[in-house]
Ligand binder design. Structure first.
Ligand code: KIV
Ligand code: NA
Length: 266
């Protein structure tokens, strides 16, 4: 199986082939998804919630993202590994973004970075792209700015669809290899996908994007509590793991584990 490169994603858009992206934060999940043929893995800053137990993505640092990125890139020989630059590590200036991207690529082994922002981020995308750093731009609802956006709300409704398209075009012009849209109306995402030459990735952005992304722990039913409307659960990992833990504990209490086959003779 081939190693996925950016031009392959471009070719898939040209052929009208949709592809799936998943987050991954560790070597076990990354090796499973890579072997399953998922072409793009995202070391999302959703690791803040799903790995480190923070309540939002805001607290996670670049120093915390790097070892997770290294685990994923080291376990995924085929997938293109995109890493999120965390809140505060790139918004200050294009130079700051460059320094952070270089660290996550050199120390984490990422092949590309993802940045949240609108057209104002174009100079940053341009600097990185010209330096040979592939950038995926994340627009629509951007969780790192939840306090400015007033919480988890659909973006690009009504007349704001025009702004969404302008942002996407500006980021593409600056050199983004892909544009990810989160929580935008399906027709707005379809219009952006049609207008752009580069592939779009949707999450809560309807069926007409070139690709889809889900947080793997949501997709596999590992995440506890209520999940967003845009999530589809493909397994009940939380239920399976709960039963396994309970059965193991029961066996230990009853003395049925370890059995002779798990024990050593003298
Ligand atoms: O961090 C994340 O999980 C993301 C989503 C778009 C999947 O950025
Ligand atoms: Na993210």
């Amino acid at each position: 199986v081939r190693k996925i490169r950016i031009h392959h994603l471009q070719q898939m858009k040209a052929r009208g082939e949709r592809w799936a992206m998943l987050t991954a934060y560790d070597q076990l999940s990354a090796s499973v998804f890579d072997a399953a043929g998922i072409p793009v893995l995202l070391v999302g800053d959703s690791a803040a919630n799903n790995v480190l137990g923070y309540r939002t993505t805001l607290p996670i640092s670049l120093d915390e993202m790097i070892p997770l990125t290294r685990a994923v890139s080291g376990a995924a020989p085929h997938a293109l590994v995109v890493a999120d630059l965390p809140f505060g590590s790139y918004q200050g200036s294009p130079q700051q973004a460059f320094d952070s991207a270089v660290r996550i690529m050199k120390e984490g082994g990422a092949h590309a970075v993802k940045l949240e922002g609108r057209a104002a981020l174009a100079p940053t995308v341009k600097l990185l792209a010209e330096a040979g750093i592939p950038v995926m731009a994340h627009i629509g609802f951007t969780p790192q700015s939840e306090h400015a956006l007033g919480g988890y709300r659909v973006q690009g409704r009504g007349e704001n669809a025009e702004q969404l398209l302008e942002d996407a075009l500006a980021l593409q012009a600056a050199g983004a290899f892909s544009v990810l849209m989160e929580m935008v109306p399906a027709p707005a995402a379809a219009a952006v996908t049609k207008a752009l030459d580069v592939p779009t990735v949707g999450i809560g952005a309807g069926p007409d994007c070139d690709a889809q992304v889900l947080v793997w722990t949501d997709m596999a039913g590992f995440t506890g509590g209520k999940t967003a409307r845009f999530v589809k659960k493909y397994a009940d990992l939380r239920g399976i793991l709960t039963e396994a833990a309970q059965e193991y504990a029961r066996d230990v209490r009853h003395g049925t584990f370890p059995a002779p086959e798990h024990s050593f003779e003298d």
